[in-house]
Each structure stands twice: as C-alpha cells, then as structure tokens.
Ligand binder design. Structure first.
Ligand SMILES: [Fe+2]
Length: 390
C-alpha cells in the first residue's frame, strides 16, 4: 500500500530504557536490582511515599532476596542542588553501587543528580546543559509513582539551583535509567490535585514534543497516542481515582509522552515553567497548565498543520474551520480542561507580580527547551506570554 503522506527524511534517533508495565510489576524491582549487580542500593524516595503500603512491599521484596539498601528521602518537590549533594555524600559513605528511585519526577531527577555527582566527583552545578559529564551514572532502576513527569524514561534531569533561583536542565543519553517499572497500582495513593497536575504535565509533554522542531515519526506516534489517551481518560480518572483502568491508561499516556519528549525535547511551556518553578518554587504541572494555552497561541502560526492534527486527535470539529478558528478551538479546549480538572489558578494567584516578569523571562530564555520550540522565542516574546498568562 502506498502511503498518502511524506515521512520525515532527516536523520533521527530514538532512545528508550527497558520498561515493564502492569499491575504488581513493582515486585520486579528487587530482581532487576539483583540482575544489575546491586551490592548496596541507594534508595531515593520522599517522605510521603515512605508511608504507602506499596513502598513497604518493595522494601520487603528487597529484604526477601537479601539486598541491602539505604533510604534517602530528604527530597523536595523541585529538588534542590544541595539535596543532590547531600544524597551523594550518603551514597559514598554507605558504599552504594546502584540507584533505585521510587517516586515522582522530583525523586527521579534528584536520584539522577546523585548518579552524576558520584560518578563525576564534582558539584552538580558543574553539569548543567547538554552532555556536560563524561562518566556514566551507576545502574539505575525506577518505580515512578506519578503519571506525568516521565523522568524514569527520559534523558532529562531538572535540578533547582537554589542560590540562583532557577532550574538547571541537564540532558544526556547517559541519564536514561536502565529499567523503569510502571505499576499503575501505585498511582491509586495519589490525591486528586496531584493527579490533575501530573496529567497536565503529561499533556504538555505530548503537545510540545509533537510540535517540536526535532520531532520524528517515532515520537509523533507516541505523542499523538498520549494525547488521545489523555483526552479519553484524564477527566474520568479524576472522578474515579481508584479505577485501575483509568490509572493505567494515564500511566501509559505519561510513558508515551515521556518517550516522545525525551527524544524530541520540549518548548516554551517548559522553559517558562522551569523559570517559574525555580524562582517561586511553584508546582511544575500547575505552571504548565497555566502556560500551555498561551504558548499554543504564540506558536500556532509556525506549526499550524501540527496543531490541526492535535485538534483532530482531541475530536474537535475542524473540518470546515480555518486556521484561526482551529487555534481558538484548541485554546478553548485547553482552558476548559484546566477548569474541568480543577486547576483554577493563574500566575497572579500563584504570587507572580508584573515586576517579576523581566527576571522570569531572562531566566526562561536561557533554558535549552526553547531550542526546539517551533517558533524561536525572543526574551520579549516570553515576557508577553507571561503577561498574558497573569
Ligand atoms: Fe514537564
């Protein structure tokens, strides 16, 4: 059969870790650690996860096969550089040789930071940027506890430079964990608001990866399927948080969106969200939910056929609509979705004042995520988007 569209002929690659998906897959974590040669495990997590029944089950499964571990749980949302350094000291003192990260994006990112520091023996701040370290991180297994961040399958780590009040973006193929174990059951201990923020993060990943200037056939496939799954299951999941089908479909969406953005990178939603999160310690998913419609407005003319495709996947009626009508339908969809999932905040209610906007835009313009935004932004453009999102 002859296809009726042209495919991308530019060279593209696709990187993914080994992953296991399914109910009760969390019990596989211990065996993967053993197979990867664990003598002593550096187990990164956070204080909330420590109390969950499924985390205790993971500990029991490690104990059953005689694996030693040390737990490091002093990790904040928007993980800080000094937390990475504290974790690295513990890793060295305890003579660990493998990382098991059990948690959301903050835990996984902090654990990746620890991996960089213990292998490269310098402060984490020296490794900001793309391919800035030479020695690979130790073997790493992840059990993600959220459906959104997808750091467990990505080449990214985001660490807050606490003194500089901005988020450092670290990107390297060497930051892709060895194994990710995606068990939808662990999501059932997440509350409604966190689930909403994570879902908006996953949707932002999928949309930004799909319109990215580094997009390829491989990640388009994953990005569009992630968007379809989110459209069909996100709101339903929030009204039935213990429903494993909805949870599994959102976890699958997050996985696909993660694979897409790990390979195609992101755009202005993320550069601006990193700036906000670093300066004001705001929730990443919440920032994305606020910024996404405004970035669509800014980008639309530079990738209109892609945004039209997104609108189609979202079942918006685009048949007889011109570009400007499709753009408005898409923006309205995103604004309505934000309301439906009960994210009612704006930048103003999050404490952003207009005098902060030049600083936020200056920090955002240095973020590597801008490089693949379909419309290359200038600092002034980011100021305008921030102002519109107030
Ligand atoms: Fe994100």
């Amino acid at each position: 059969m002859i296809e009726n569209y042209d495919i991308e002929l530019e060279m593209r690659k696709f990187i993914s870790p080994e992953f296991v998906f399914g109910i009760d897959s969390r019990f596989k974590a211990a065996n993967f650690c053993k197979k990867l040669g664990a003598r002593k495990i550096f187990l990164a997590t956070d204080s909330r996860i420590l109390k969950t029944f499924w985390f205790v089950e993971i500990l029991t499964s490690l104990q059953k096969i005689g694996l030693e571990y040390t737990i490091f749980s002093a990790i904040s949302p928007n993980p800080r550089d000094f937390e990475v350094m504290a974790g690295s000291e513990i890793y060295k003192q305890e003579k660990c040789n493998l990382i098991l990260a059990v948690g959301g994006g903050s835990v996984v990112d902090c654990a990746k930071g620890v991996g960089i520091v213990v292998s490269n023996l310098q402060h984490i701040r020296n490794f900001e940027g793309v391919d800035m370290f030479t020695n690979p991180i130790p073997p790493m297994v992840c059990v993600p506890s959220t459906a959104g961040a997808s750091s467990d399958v990505s080449q990214f780590a985001i660490i807050n430079n606490f003194e500089g009040k901005y988020k450092m973006v670290l990107i390297s193929k060497a930051l892709v964990p060895d194994v990710s174990i995606l068990d939808p059951l662990v999501l059932t201990t997440k509350d409604s608001y966190l689930t909403a923020c994570n879902g908006m993060n996953a949707l932002s990943h999928a949309i930004e990866a799909y319109v990215s200037s580094a997009a390829s056939e491989f990640n388009n496939l994953h990005a569009l399927e992630a968007i379809r799954l989110i459209n069909n299951n996100f709101v339903q999941c929030l009204s039935d948080l213990n429903n494993l089908q909805f949870r599994a479909k959102m976890m699958l969406a997050s996985l696909y969106a993660g694979l897409a953005f790990s390979n195609a990178s992101l755009g202005c939603v993320h550069s601006m969200s990193h700036s906000l999160g670093g300066f004001l310690d705001l929730s990443h998913g919440e920032c994305n939910a606020i910024l996404l419609p405004h970035v669509v407005d800014f980008n639309f003319s530079s990738a209109s056929y892609k945004y039209r495709k997104i609108a189609e996947v979202l079942n918006l009626n685009t048949l007889n609509s011109n570009d400007s009508e499709v753009k408005q339908k898409l923006i309205n969809y995103l604004l309505n979705l934000k309301e439906k999932v009960n994210i009612k905040t704006s930048l103003k209610t999050k404490g952003v004042s207009s005098d902060l906007i030049p600083t936020l835009a200056s920090n955002a313009i240095n973020d590597p995520c801008n490089a693949t935004n379909p419309r290359p932004p200038k600092r002034k453009d980011l100021e305008t988007i921030f102002t519109q999102a107030m």
